[in-house]
Write a protein that binds this ligand. Structure first.
Ligand code: F6P
Length: 583
C-alpha cells in the first residue's frame, strides 16, 4: 500500500543525524526547495500548477465578497498543532488589519484543537475527536449565515478536521468548505476514527470530492514532498500552509478594503514566487544559520535552555516553532522557551491571559527580564528576533552570563547596529529587488510582515531541528523519541518499529504496549484497551519508542532496554549502536 507522502522518509536527509551544522542547513535547503519544485511522481501537482493556482484564485474571490458582508459572514480557519497555530496567526493578522482600518468588522475566527493552550504546547488528544471539531465549528458560527471554512491538515489526516468537513458538507447552504493538505486525496488517512462509527478521513474525502466537483467545496493540495525529519509537518507543511493562506487572504483583504483591484494585484504565481525568493535569500545565509545551530546544539547538549525572545508576529513565529519541540523530539518542556514583548496582550489570543488560570506561564518580556534572567546558567542561550521597526530590549545584567544569537529581519534594507552582547548575528534581508520585479511596489509592502515571518520560520525551524539533531534526538531522519500522544503518532511509532526491526505490525504494537504497561507480559485487558487509552498513558511515559526499538532490536526485556538507554545521553547513539550490533 502506498504511504502518504507526508509520512514518507525523504531520501535527501537519510544521513542528517550524522551531518555537520553546515551540512544540515544544505539538506534543509534542498528539502525546502521541493515546496516550490514539487516532488517525485506528483511533480505536476506542484504549488505553481494550474489546478492549485486556479483554486486559490477562486477561494480568494469568494473571500473578498464574503468580507464585504462581515455582519452575516465569517471566515473560520481551523487545524491541529502547527496547522491550528498558523490558522490563529492569519486570523489575528486579518482582524488586526480590519480593526486598524475601521472599515470592516473583524470577521476572521480560528479554531485550534485543544483551545489556546495548544498555541504553546501540543494537545494532541483533542486532534482525534471529530465530534468536538464539528461542535466547535457550529458554536463559532452560530450567529452567521455565510461561512467560509478553511480546514488545514497537512497529512489529510486529522479527525478533528474530518468532523468539521463532514459537518460542512451536511450544511452546504451555510458553509463553503476549503480543505488544505499535502497528500493526493487517495492517500488521505484510512485508519478508522475511534468512536465515529469506524469512519476514516478517507471516507470523508469520498463524500467531499463530489462536492468539490460541483464547485461547492474546494481542495488545495499541492504535493511538496516528505519532510526533512519524517512526518514533521511543522516544517514544509507549515511553510506551504502559510504561503497558501496568505496568497488567498492578503489579496482578498486588500480588495475588500478597496484601493486595489485585479489590475494592480499581483498574480498568485508571482506572490508564491515572492516566497520562493525569500526562501533562497534565507539560505544564502547558510554559514550564519549553521553557526546558530552549532550554538543551540551546544546549549541543549549541555542541558542548557534556549530562550526565543521577540515581538509581535515575529515573536509568535518563535512560539510556533518552540511548541512542537516536545512532541517531535521528546524534549523537555523547559528546553525551548518563548517570551514575547507585551505577553498575552501582544498575542491577542481569544482566551486571553492563560497564566491567570495557571494554565500557562507568564510569557512577557518583562517577566523574562525581571524573573527568568536571574536564573541564567552559562549553558543557556538567547535567540533575539528583531526587525526594522523595533528592537527587543533585554535589561537584566545577568544577560552577560549566557550567549546570544541575534536574528534581524531586515525588510527594507536598513541595516541596524548589532546588539553588543550577541555571539552570532543573522541579518536576513528580504530580497526586495527580486520581489519588486514580481509584485508591484505599492502592493509588495503589504507582504512585508508575511515575508519576514516566513524568513523567521525557516531559520527557527533550522535552528531547533539542527539543535535537536546535535543533541541526538534524531536517528537517520526519523524522530525516534516522538511522543505517542495521539492516534496518528501511535501508528507512526509502530511504523518506525517495523521499519527498523524484523517485527510484524502486530508484534511491534505489543512491543509498544510492553513499554506503556512496563511489563514483559501483557494481560488480556491491556491487549484490548482502545488506542485512545494507550495514548493517554503514552503522553506521560518518557522514551516509549526508543525503549520499544531496543526491545525489538535486542530481543530483551523492558527493564534491560531502559538500562541501555540510561547509559546513553543521546537516544540516537543508543539506537545506532544497537542497530549496527545486530547487522
Ligand atoms: O500534534 C501532532 C502533529 O503531528 C503536529 O506535529 C502537527 O502540527 C499536527 O499534528 C497537525 O497535523 P496535520 O496538519 O497533518 O493535521
Amino acid at each position: 500500500m502506498e504511504k502518504p507522502v507526508t509520512e514518507r522518509r525523504n531520501p535527501i536527509t537519510t544521513n542528517i543525524d550524522v551531518s555537520t551544522p553546515q551540512e544540515i542547513v544544505k539538506l534543509l535547503e534542498s528539502c525546502d526547495s521541493e515546496i516550490f519544485s514539487g516532488w517525485g511522481k506528483y511533480k505536476d501537482q506542484n504549488v505553481f500548477s494550474d489546478v492549485v493556482l486556479n483554486t486559490i484564485a477562486t477561494v480568494q474571490q469568494l473571500a473578498t465578497s464574503l468580507m464585504q458582508d462581515p455582519v452575516r459572514s465569517a471566515v473560520v480557519l481551523s487545524g491541529c498543532g502547527t496547522s491550528g497555530r498558523l490558522a490563529f496567526l492569519l486570523a489575528r493578522a486579518m482582524n488586526s488589519r480590519l480593526k486598524e482600518t475601521g472599515s470592516n468588522e473583524p470577521c476572521f475566527r480560528y479554531i485550534i484543537a485543544g483551545g489556546d493552550e495548544a498555541l504553546f504546547t501540543s494537545q494532541e488528544l483533542y486532534e482525534d475527536d471529530p465530534q468536538l471539531g464539528a461542535d466547535l465549528l457550529e458554536k463559532a458560527t452560530v450567529e452567521k449565515s455565510q461561512v467560509l471554512y478553511v480546514g488545514i491538515t497537512c497529512g489529510l489526516s486529522a479527525p478533528f478536521v474530518a468532523g468539521q468537513l463532514d459537518y460542512c458538507i451536511k450544511h452546504l447552504t451555510k458553509y463553503t468548505p476549503v480543505l488544505i493538505g499535502f497528500n493526493p486525496s487517495n492517500l488521505s488517512r484510512k485508519t478508522s476514527i475511534e468512536k465515529w462509527g469506524g469512519k476514516s478521513f478517507y471516507d470523508v474525502m469520498k463524500s467531499y470530492l463530489p462536492v468539490v466537483a460541483e464547485g461547492k467545496a474546494f481542495l488545495i493540495n499541492p504535493i511538496v514532498g516528505p519532510e526533512a525529519i519524517c512526518g514533521s509537518s511543522r516544517m514544509k507543511g507549515g511553510s506551504i500552509t502559510k504561503i497558501i493562506l496568505e496568497s488567498i487572504f492578503i489579496p482578498a483583504l486588500l480588495q475588500s478594503l478597496g484601493g486595489f483591484n485585479s489590475l494592480t494585484m499581483p498574480s498568485i504565481f508571482n506572490i508564491i514566487a515572492g516566497y520562493q525568493a525569500v526562501c533562497r535569500s534565507v539560505y544564502s545565509k547558510s554559514a550564519q544559520i549553521a553557526e546558530a545551530i552549532e550554538l543551540s546544539g551546544t546549549c541543549l547538549q549541555s542541558n542548557g535552555h534556549l530562550y526565543y525572545i521577540g515581538h509581535d508576529s515575529i515573536g509568535i513565529m518563535s512560539l510556533i516553532d518552540a511548541s512542537e519541540c516536545c512532541p517531535t523530539f521528546g524534549s523537555d518542556p523547559t528546553d525551548v522557551n518563548v517570551y514575547l514583548d507585551g505577553g498575552y496582550h501582544t498575542l491577542a489570543n481569544q482566551e486571553g491571559d492563560l497564566s491567570v488560570q495557571n494554565r500557562g506561564s507568564d510569557i512577557s518580556l518583562k517577566y523574562f527580564n525581571e524573573v527568568v534572567a536571574k536564573h541564567f546558567e552559562e549553558s543557556d542561550l538567547i535567540v533575539v528576533l528583531n526587525d526594522d521597526e523595533r528592537d527587543v530590549t533585554l535589561t537584566s545584567p545577568s544577560l552577560s552570563k549566557c550567549k546570544t544569537i541575534q536574528i534581524h529581519l531586515n525588510s527594507f534594507g536598513k541595516t541596524k547596529p548589532q546588539l553588543q552582547i550577541n555571539n552570532s548575528f543573522i541579518n536576513l534581508e528580504m530580497p526586495w529587488n527580486e520581489i519588486s520585479d514580481l509584485i508591484n511596489c505599492k502592493v509588495a509592502k503589504e507582504w512585508s510582515t508575511a515575508f519576514c515571518e516566513f524568513a523567521a520560520k525557516l531559520v527557527l525551524n533550522a535552528i531547533s531541528t539542527g539543535a535537536h539533531i546535535l543533541k541526538g534526538k534524531v536517528f537517520q531522519n526519523i524522530m525516534v523519541d516522538l511522543k505517542l500522544s495521539n492516534n496518528k503518532l501511535y501508528h507512526r511509532a509502530i511504523g518506525i518499529l517495523t521499519d527498523f526491526t524484523e517485527l510484524s505490525q502486530e508484534e511491534a504494537e505489543k512491543q509498544v504496549l510492553r513499554v506503556l504497561y512496563d511489563s514483559d507480559e501483557l494481560s488480556q485487558e491491556q491487549l484490548c484497551q482502545p488506542i485512545s487509552g494507550r495514548t493517554q498513558i503514552a503522553k506521560r511515559t518518557p522514551k516509549v519508542l526508543p525503549t520499544a526499538l531496543l526491545i525489538g532490536i535486542n530481543k530483551c526485556s523492558v527493564s534491560e532496554a531502559r538500562q541501555i538507554l540510561s547509559g546513553h545521553i543521546a537516544v540516537r547513539k543508543a539506537i545506532a549502536d544497537n542497530v549496527r550490533h545486530t547487522q
